[in-house]
Design a protein around this ligand. Structure first.
Ligand code: ADP
Ligand code: MG
Ligand code: ZN
Length: 474
């Protein structure tokens, strides 16, 4: 029997605001436990929350770039449950009237584009963190009250691969808007995945399971693949799926039961009496709209149209806002897009990888790269030299000009000098030279290599080839 896969994802994104959602405590990862706390986020009786406007700004921005409706009037609600890392006994969240609803994102998979609906994006606060160890459990309340946006998708995904593409897309969009750094290791982006199967073509959805708190997109994809097979086996043996929450065990590569529906939560949501409703008017929305950078897909298309780049090249450049920004900054100093593309895509990304730096903190600035590429473009240095100069620039902070002049790295295009060198290489390799003259052209590479070696990569390659050919009488 054939089955349709149905997947819907809930993502939590931790916002990079300076202070918490409802108090002025600092939002900071890795500080000494229980130091960024106050009566409000510790839930002392009588303390009152005050809404952080930046959280609303972030929600509006993310809502705008995901084509959501922004609700003019939304309220907060209390989500009640007991947990040791939740001293208030409830989380402030939104329930019936989330600030954003009815949006979508487009994902691209195997060359096809597919639209995934967004049910809602709502604001809520995070709980604290329990750290379990052999000696017992410790609680750090620094995270209590950290602002979050929860993004809930429609059950529109039909394969684990689509779920992976969707997650990657959301992360890219969130990073572009700048509302979160999306650092998975620090838990600033988290995901719960809901999945069910139904007989092919059937309208009605099957019973779903929910996979909780996975720490990498690849693990989510893996867990979903496992879950498809597990559910299929159960359904094909004539049994039914139990609605439950599962945990993914990376070690065994299996899902494990966390809780079943019988003990599922009743959160007893009710309106938060200590916070007034949020009114968002057109002016507020417009003031957020103007802060938004160009959307990744739009920028990618612009690169394809303006510079005639391939889909893949434009995709790499716009995969992160910082890479695209860097690329365009170089163009402002040196307007040869194809050349800049090649050097950013290969050598700059390689250098950053090797030095462990991010592109926004690149030790070779856009202007510095532009100056180097001018030397290359004017044939003053060779490509091989330019590569070495990039590393030297990154290590020493010196300009291309200084390095090239100090080390005398100019390309050798002096015909006389090169001819003398070629003659001596011919003499040193008599046997091979004879073969070359007899027509074994594949030896050409060897001779050019010898010239490059003798000149530490500085010989003009095109000229060298020409001169060798001339000597062979070709
Ligand atoms: P809850 O709040 O209990 O998790 P929701 O109705 O808000 O439940 O749904 C959460 C997520 O589960 C959404 O992303 C939704 O698209 C998805 N979902 C709902 N029903 C199914 C189903 N039968 N199969 C797969 N995903 C589902
Ligand atoms: Mg859920
Ligand atoms: Zn506080």
């Amino acid at each position: 029997m054939d089955w349709d896969i149905v997947i819907g994802l809930e993502m939590h994104v931790q916002l990079n605001t300076e202070t918490k959602a409802f108090c002025s405590c600092k939002v900071s990862y890795g500080d000494t436990p229980n130091t960024n706390v106050c009566p409000v986020c510790l839930g002392y009786p009588g303390s009152l929350p005050v809404l952080n406007k930046e959280m609303v700004n972030s929600a509006i921005k993310l809502g705008l770039v995901t084509h959501c409706h922004i609700r003019p009037h939304s309220t907060f609600a209390r989500k009640n449950y007991f947990y040791p890392d939740l001293p208030k006994g409830y989380q402030i969240s939104q329930y019936n009237d989330p600030i954003c609803y009815g949006g979508y994102v487009d994902i691209h998979i195997n060359g096809n584009s597919k639209r995934i609906g967004l049910t809602r994006i709502h604001m809520e606060e995070d709980a604290g963190k329990s750290m379990h160890s052999e000696g017992g459990t410790l609680v750090d309340l620094n995270r209590c009250g950290t602002p979050l946006l929860e993004i809930v998708s429609e059950p529109d995904m039909t394969s684990p691969e689509e779920a992976y593409a969707y997650l990657t897309k959301i992360k890219q969009i969130v990073r572009y808007t700048g509302v979160s750094d999306c650092n998975m290791e620090e838990g600033s982006i988290r995901c719960d995945a809901n999945i069910s199967l139904k007989p092919k073509g059937q309208k009605e959805f099957g019973t779903r399971t929910e996979l909780k708190n996975m720490n990498s997109f690849r693990n989510i994809e893996r867990a979903l693949k496992y879950e498809v097979e597990r559910q299929r086996a159960i359904l094909e043996s004539g049994e039914s799926i139990i609605q439950q929450t599962l945990l993914w065990d990376e070690q065994s590569g299996q899902t494990k039961t966390m809780r079943t529906k019988e003990d599922s939560h009743d959160y007893r949501y009710f309106p938060e009496p200590d916070l007034s409703p949020v009114f968002v008017d057109k002016d507020w929305i417009e003031s957020m709209q103007v802060t938004l950078p160009e959307f990744p897909d739009v920028r990618k298309q612009r690169f394809i149209n303006d510079f005639n780049f391939s889909d893949e090249d434009a995709g790499v450049l716009t995969s992160e806002k910082e890479i695209a920004d860097y690329f365009e900054a170089v163009l402002r100093y040196f307007n040869k897009p194809k050349l800049v593309l090649n050097w950013v895509r290969t050598e700059i990304l390689r250098m950053l990888y090797e030095t462990g730096k991010s592109i926004s903190a690149s030790p070779v600035s856009p202007e510095a790269l532009a100056r180097l590429l001018e030397y290359l473009d004017k044939n003053i240095i060779t490509a091989l030299t330019a590569k070495a100069v990039i590393d030297e620039m990154a290590a020493s902070g010196k300009s291309a000009k200084t390095i090239i002049e100090e080390k005398g790295l100019e390309q050798i295009s002096d015909t006389g000098k090169l001819e003398t060198l070629i003659d001596s290489i011919f003499r040193e390799n008599e046997a091979l030279t004879r073969k070359l003259k007899e027509g074994e052209t594949k030896l050409m590479g060897f001779f050019i290599g010898q010239v490059m070696r003798a000149t530490k990569g500085q010989a003009d390659q095109v000229l060298t080839r020409k001169l060798i050919n001339k000597k062979l009488g070709l």
